[in-house]
Design a protein around this ligand. Structure first.
Ligand SMILES: [Zn+2]
Length: 81
């Protein structure tokens, strides 16, 4: 039996990313975890890896996944017209 225990401490920073689904650049914070953009260097922590290392994303993607600056659920980020 192999039961993976969820580490409560690791999830305190948010979403825990599966390193298997990320590239080496994304795991080391050199590329956005969502869109792979390397420049400008992603600076917003989107979540963490199982080992506690932060995963970074660019500002646009941080907004999309709800990290970084909090945006109310009913706030429209872009004007409809
Ligand atoms: Zn991005």
């Amino acid at each position: 039996m192999c039961v993976s225990d969820a580490e409560a401490d690791a999830v305190s920073d948010g979403y825990v990313y599966d390193p298997e689904s990320l590239s080496a650049e994304q795991c080391t914070g050199d590329a956005c975890a969502v869109c792979h953009t390397r420049w400008p260097r992603p600076r917003t922590a989107l979540g963490v890896l199982p080992d506690g290392m932060p995963v970074f994303g660019c500002g646009d993607c941080a907004e999309l996944v709800g990290a970084g600056s909090p945006v109310a659920a009913d706030t429209r980020v872009f004007a409809a017209r």
